[in-house]
Design a protein around this ligand. Structure first.
Ligand SMILES: *Cc1c(COP(=O)(O)O)cnc(C)c1O
Length: 506
């Protein structure tokens, strides 16, 4: 019957209105077609990307983006996608490429990326149970699971997914500050001015930013010296806290790092925990990078002591191979979230609080993506130990890179490898340049690799020395890839030396 009715009707193409671009059951076919088109283009790009970058400069890209007239819509997503291929896809940076070894970006698990389809299509918001239903319970299960990995008592621990390690760290410092302020007397500005945060000189800058945001001032952060392996020196820490306490200051928090961004150093967690307890300070562990060790079959013991923390930052989008963003802040005592809880009558009224799990009670965000689903799907598909085994592999790769560097006279390792980063410098093996020229040279090597699009490595500064850094998070990178990256570095180094000597410059 249906077909005969249709054949009777004139075949008129429905005019498309702006409302037809809104996703609903009736537009589901269009949605599917456009998504497939986008996926097709993205996968084609993945297959074609034979280097991590084409090496674009900001000034090279800017005119193309500026030329777009945002007041003149193209009318179809297909045309917009074609335009995007020129504007963005072709010259994007491809983290999955085995010669991408720059920052803490990982290749991502396919099931987790596929889960984005649910996250975006359903567009669940995690603030209240009445906007999320099962999603809230899935997030809570993952938080409990993470708490168990850390070694917290699961019945007491609680946590929240965040956009990233920066947000997790800021929230941890906020909760620590609230606890410290509640224990002090006097006007609030005075109480705030007494608080000090202790973190290592190698810690992530988000701790200093947190101090600024929390009204403590960046000077409230005591940057504690590190040992030869870039771990916080607990003796210096103890001395600094004693000096501060004698001066009437209050140790608010010790922020340990489990996997520093440059050296992968893990601070002595048990020593720091003892000091935190002795001085009544909050112990935070920033495991944004090192959290992969929690599921590592071979190296879990390196995080021994993490279970003594009051709060832990985990970045699943670094060492759990998750798409950005996927991070969590986990507290040993879930009740510590009470100090940031806010009841809004229209959202999470106090009267219903006991019966309703509303994640907004623990979050700095209100509307929030269901990012936890990506981890859930990844985990349910391949399991935690497979993820940990991949992290073990990149640790092993870093050890291999270290050995290869040891075989080359022009490369000098800065410090023994601890996780999956390798920091080293290039210099002439027999007539080394003085440091300030070597600094320029190492920066120029990195830039040359980038511009040629052959490989991407990072740079960092250690005691005034500019150095190169490999950050290895791709278990598919091979020793051959590492060899080639080092070849490219040495080749660029010698070229630059020759060019500059030719110009009469050192
Ligand atoms: C990456 C990193 C952060 C910041 O995390 P984002 O997810 O980038 O916000 C914090 N701490 C450490 C040690 C990190 O490596």
């Amino acid at each position: 019957m249906g077909t005969s009715l249709q054949t009777l009707r004139p075949q008129r193409r429905q005019p498309t209105t702006p409302e037809d671009t809104l996703l609903c059951g009736a537009t589901a076919t269009r949605f599917r077609e456009e998504t497939e088109d986008a996926l097709h283009r993205a996968t084609r790009q993945l297959q074609q990307a034979n280097s991590p970058t084409t090496g674009p400069s900001p000034t090279g890209l800017a005119p193309r983006i500026e030329a777009v007239d945002l007041e003149a819509p193209l009318g179809s997503s297909a045309e917009v996608f074609s335009e995007l291929e020129e504007l963005y896809l072709r010259d994007a940076v491809y983290f999955h490429h085995p010669k991408y070894a720059a920052h803490l970006n990982c290749p991502v698990l396919i099931p987790s990326v596929a889960a984005e389809a649910f996250v975006s299509t359903l567009n669940t918001s995690m603030d209240t149970f009445d906007q999320s239903a099962g999603a809230t319970l899935i997030e809570q299960r993952l938080v409990q699971w993470s708490a168990g990995l850390i070694g917290f008592a699961v019945s007491r621990a609680d946590g929240i997914f965040t956009s990233g390690g920066t947000q997790s760290n800021v929230q941890a410092m906020l909760i620590a500050r609230n606890r410290a302020v509640a224990r002090l007397d006097g006007p609030l500005p005075h109480r705030l001015s007494q608080l000090r945060i202790y973190t290592s000189a190698d810690a992530h800058f988000s701790i200093a930013n947190a101090a600024m945001l929390l009204g403590l001032g960046q000077d409230a952060v005591r940057s504690i010296p590190t040992d030869a392996r870039h771990r916080m020196d607990s003796v210096s820490l103890c001395e600094q806290i004693e000096r501060d306490v004698a001066a009437g200051l209050v140790p608010m928090a010790i922020s340990a790092t489990a996997g520093t961004t440059d050296f992968g150093a893990i601070d002595p967690l048990s020593d720091l925990s003892a000091l935190a307890r002795r001085f009544g300070a909050w112990l935070h562990v920033d495991a944004a990078y090192g959290c992969g060790l929690l599921v590592s079959p071979r190296h879990r013991q390196r995080l021994a002591g993490i279970e003594q923390a009051d709060s832990v930052t985990l970045d699943f989008h670094k060492s759990f191979f998750q798409p950005i963003g996927s991070s969590a802040l986990v507290l040993r005592e879930g009740t510590d979230f009470d100090s940031i809880r806010h009841y809004a009558d229209y959202l999470n009224p106090r009267a219903a609080a006991a019966q309703t799990p509303n994640q907004v009670d623990k979050s700095l965000q209100t509307t929030r993506r269901f990012d936890a689903l990506k981890l859930w799907v990844g985990l349910r598909t391949i399991g935690a130990s497979a993820i940990g085994t991949m992290f073990d592999r990149v640790i092993e790769l870093a050890g291999e890179a270290q050995e290869l560097i040891g075989l080359r006279a022009e490369l000098r390792l800065e410090a023994p490898v601890q996780l999956s980063t390798v920091v080293f410098g290039f210099n002439h093996p027999t007539e080394p340049l003085p440091q300030h020229h070597a600094n320029t040279l190492n920066d120029a090597i990195r830039q040359r690799l980038y511009e040629r699009g052959q490989a991407m490595v990072a740079a960092t500064t250690v005691q005034g020395r500019r150095l190169l850094k490999l950050t290895l998070l791709n278990p598919n990178t091979t020793v051959r890839d590492l060899e080639e990256i080092l070849d490219l570095i040495c080749q660029a180094g010698y070229e630059l030396l020759a060019e500059n000597f030719a110009k009469g410059r050192p």
